[in-house]
Every structure is written in structure tokens, then in C-alpha cells.
Design a protein around this ligand. Structure first.
Ligand code: ZN
Length: 162
């Protein structure tokens, strides 16, 4: 184990966290290194954070479940409608026709989150200001470039569409 440079207790804890898939067999050194390697390939780095690849894969699948057209766009604030009584917000501007109950707030919707990694998108000159959208949801540039273009993420989508 020491040759592998790993702290046994730390590694064991890591494996316990992933125990759903783990084999009950006793881990020898080579098992351990193999499993350690495989656990590394099952993570994806997005904005400097390591994510469980299954979780991210599910997010990509969710975004691709319907045959949306995604296009690159700058994030812009949107008008929102507020219920005068409850203060609750809707993006359905047609509610404003009922002006006794609803009020339009110009640029009231200030941010969205990446549908995959929850990265914040808002009006900005930097990476937060641009993403891909289907008009309803947003995906950050990093998720789009890293995940959309990976064959394993794309292949699962086609089977959802056809
Ligand atoms: Zn993202």
C-alpha cells in the first residue's frame, strides 16, 4: 500500500462511499490500485470541481431527453411577473394581463444556473455571461464543450431521441 502512496484509511473511506458498486471481496494491493484508477476515471472536472461522472451524465441525458435546439448566447436578464399578494415570481408574462394581481418587474430575473453543474449564469463579460440555451434552460460553456462533444455523452442521447 505504501508503494501506492495511499493512506489506507483514507482510501478505505473513499471506497466505502462508493460502496454501492463495490465488490465485497477483500481488496489486495492490485485490486485497490485498479479500483482507485477506475474511481478516478468516473469523475469529471468542471470549473475546478470534481463531480461524480454518473451524476453529470444524468444531467446531460436530462438536457438531451427532448429534441431541443441549443445555441450559444449571452445571458440577459429577463422580465418577470410578481404576484402582488404573495411576492412569488413567474416568467409567464401573460399573467401581467391580470394587473390587479400581477406586476411586471423589468429585468427581474437576474440569473440562471447551468442545468448540469449549477454554475451561475448572469449578465457578465466573463465566463458567467455566456452559455448555451434552449430558450428555457441554460448549460454553461464548460459543460457544453466538455460533455456535449464527448462521444460517450453524445451516444446515449441519440438512443433517447430515436
Ligand atoms: Zn455546467
Amino acid at each position: 500500500m505504501r508503494e501506492l502512496g495511499g493512506d489506507v484509511r483514507r482510501l478505505r473511506k473513499q471506497f466505502e462511499r462508493e460502496a454501492e458498486r463495490a465488490q465485497p471481496a477483500v481488496a489486495t494491493g492490485s485490486d485497490l490500485s485498479r479500483r482507485l484508477r477506475s474511481s478516478i476515471t468516473e469523475t469529471v472536472q468542471i470549473h475546478g470541481l470534481w463531480w461524480n461522472a454518473d451524476y453529470i451524465h444524468d444531467g446531460v441525458k436530462r438536457c438531451r431527453r427532448h429534441n431541443w435546439h441549443w445555441h450559444k448566447a449571452s445571458w440577459k436578464s429577463r422580465d418577470a411577473v410578481v404576484n402582488r399578494r404573495t411576492g412569488r415570481i413567474s416568467l409567464d408574462l401573460s399573467l401581467a394581463e391580470d394587473s390587479a394581481n400581477f406586476e411586471v418587474v423589468k429585468d427581474g430575473w437576474k440569473k440562471d444556473r447551468c442545468a448540469i453543474c449549477s454554475w451561475e449564469l448572469f449578465e457578465s463579460e466573463d465566463l458567467h455571461g455566456t452559455g448555451h440555451t434552449n430558450g428555457r434552460e441554460w448549460v454553461c460553456m464548460e459543460c457544453y464543450e466538455k460533455l456535449w462533444q464527448r462521444p460517450d455523452f453524445i451516444s446515449s442521447s441519440y438512443s433517447d431521441i430515436t
